[in-house]
Design a protein around this ligand. Sequence first.
Ligand SMILES: Cc1cc2nc3c(=O)[nH]c(=O)nc-3n(C[C@H](O)[C@H](O)[C@H](O)COP(=O)(O)OP(=O)(O)OC[C@H]3O[C@@H](n4cnc5c(N)ncnc54)[C@H](O)[C@@H]3O)c2cc1C
Length: 302
Amino acid sequence: MRLFDHAVARALPVVPRSIVGRVAAPYIAGATLEDARRVVSELNANGMSATVDVLGEEITHPESAETIAAAYHEALAAISTDGLDANVSVKLTALGLHVDPELCRALLTEVLRDASARKIFVRIDMEDSSTTDATLELYRSLREDGQDGVGIVLQAALRRTLGDIEALSDLRPSVRLCKGIYVEPSAIAFQEREVIRKSFVACLDALVDAGCRVAVATHDEWLLGQTLDRIPRLEAAGYELQMLLGVRVQRGRELVAAGHPLRIYVPYGQQWYEYSLRRLQENPGVAGHVAKDMLGRLVPGR
Ligand SMILES: Cc1cc2nc3c(=O)[nH]c(=O)nc-3n(C[C@H](O)[C@H](O)[C@H](O)COP(=O)(O)OP(=O)(O)OC[C@H]3O[C@@H](n4cnc5c(N)ncnc54)[C@H](O)[C@@H]3O)c2cc1C
């Protein structure tokens, strides 16, 4: 199966933009804020909340970070104006983490002020392992400065994550727990599916024990089962389930019908093409999922 995944990922740059667009369409709200507003309001009407993500990461000029920050202010204003049940997720590299860390902090602080005035929560996405320390340090420093409406993401695939949960426990952080999408070396990350699953469950238990609010972000049926088994304890700490737009849509509907809070991650923006291509190439496993999903749509009953 890995061969199939790698073959799909390698073929992507020669695939015409229009086809990448069709492949990416179920997973991205569209190019504009209007697209995101429409998709979020449809999700809300179906009993799901949303996280809005402005596409853009690893910028090379400070002006690009300012453009992304401005897009977040527009998204926050739209969420308030439309009364949407939505929060936002930001990527620190899109706000200039690698170009100018001070600018990144200043732009994020402004986004947090705006969001807090509108009572909207902000989550800092977790990117590849070159950003983990800086992300957790910035998170701690923001919380110590009194910013409470902000949360982080921890990746079960990283060997360090249980230690990070312990180190952060004094802050009782709001954590989105996911497997981790980036391909990382075995020195720092678990590689086998079953080991990552076990780590996920151990991290989930550690977060609940530390009294943290947890957003369980997975489409993995086995992990969903482990999560549902823990609902009484999760309810006490505060929990929600999270999925990506367009992924396991029917399962998401079933979870909502069963009464679980479900939040859908809604990416939008002009950079949809670059984003789709990079995500698919960075992790051939994702390219494989998408290609199989496409085949499923094209060949009903497959
Ligand atoms: C709301 C949310 C936010 C996330 N934020 C981050 C983050 O900040 N940092 C980070 O590193 N990672 C993030 N991720 C990604 C996460 O780390 C995983 O890479 C991703 O969720 C796939 O792992 P899984 O647990 O769903 O299990 P998998 O075993 O990978 O997936 C289970 C099944 O779900 C389906 N599936 C999963 N992903 C896709 C896809 N992209 N397209 C089509 N089908 C798919 C397939 O049917 C697959 O068999 C996020 C995920 C979610 C749901």
